[in-house]
Write a new protein. Structure first.
Length: 236
């Protein structure tokens, strides 16, 4: 049984359809790059999984359980975590308190150990534990957003545009951290990105989304050489 299955999923906002029959399967421990331009439907797809966008047709299953339009808190309890586009840290909360907000499903007895794990991945956050989230640099805020989501010990991690607005050297470091965490924890990851080359380098499999539909899907190394992908997303 796949960890995640989307079958013919449509997301509608009133009369506007953001996705048109998205079908995807993600296995335990797999990393999938979901690449496409701005407005292609990447965020709506992630939000449909997370219970944050209305599914008007089709089925979302997590671990075999149908979770269409389920409350976000219940989706988290099913083992799914989400790091949103734009980071969305709580600017007036400290780094530590931001991390606490991501641990609301975690038994209290496990909080300290999980916090130490996050500080192990992101030592800068431990150094900044008492600093307000809104005063961090862009790269530090992205690290905080990732760590906050991971506090719930998910099985499936949804990352929306983690490279957006960051310097190339920070993007490279974020990629290294994502790969390290995925290996250490055996997470399944969906990485939604406009930066296709970077995302495909982190994922063995890629789905290309365009105008709310999956246009291509297959091994990342194969799709990197596909003419349509090279022209549209890799600039060659």
């Amino acid at each position: 049984m796949p960890l995640l299955e989307l079958a013919d999923v449509e997301v509608s906002y009133g009369s506007v359809r953001a996705t048109h029959g998205i079908s995807l399967v993600v296995e335990e421990g797999e990393t999938l790059a979901l690449v496409g331009s701005n407005g292609a439907g990447k965020t709506s797809t992630l939000k449909a999984i997370m219970g944050m966008a209305p599914v008007s047709r089709g089925t979302v299953r997590v671990g075999g359980r149908v979770v269409n339009n389920t409350a976000v808190s219940q989706i988290v309890r099913c083992g799914v975590a989400y790091s949103p586009e734009g980071r969305r840290v709580f600017p007036m909360l400290s780094v530590l308190d931001n991390l606490r907000t991501g641990a609301f499903t975690l038994p209290r007895a496990r909080f300290a150990a999980r916090l130490e794990q996050m500080y192990g991945y992101f030592p800068r956050l431990e150094e900044r534990a008492s600093q307000l989230g809104g005063t961090l640099s862009g790269g530090e805020q992205q690290m905080l957003a990732i760590a906050r989501a991971l506090m719930s010990c998910p099985r499936l991690f949804l990352l929306d545009e983690p490279s957006l607005g960051l310097a190339p050297v920070i993007v490279q470091r974020i990629g290294e951290l994502i790969a390290e965490i995925q290996r250490s924890e055996g997470l399944a990851v969906i990485l939604a990105e406009q930066n296709a080359l970077w995302a495909m380098g982190l994922a063995r499999r890629t789905a290309v989304i365009d105008l709310g539909r999956i246009h291509l899907e297959g091994p990342s190394e194969v799709l990197r050489h596909h003419d349509d992908v090279r022209r549209a997303y890799l600039g060659t």
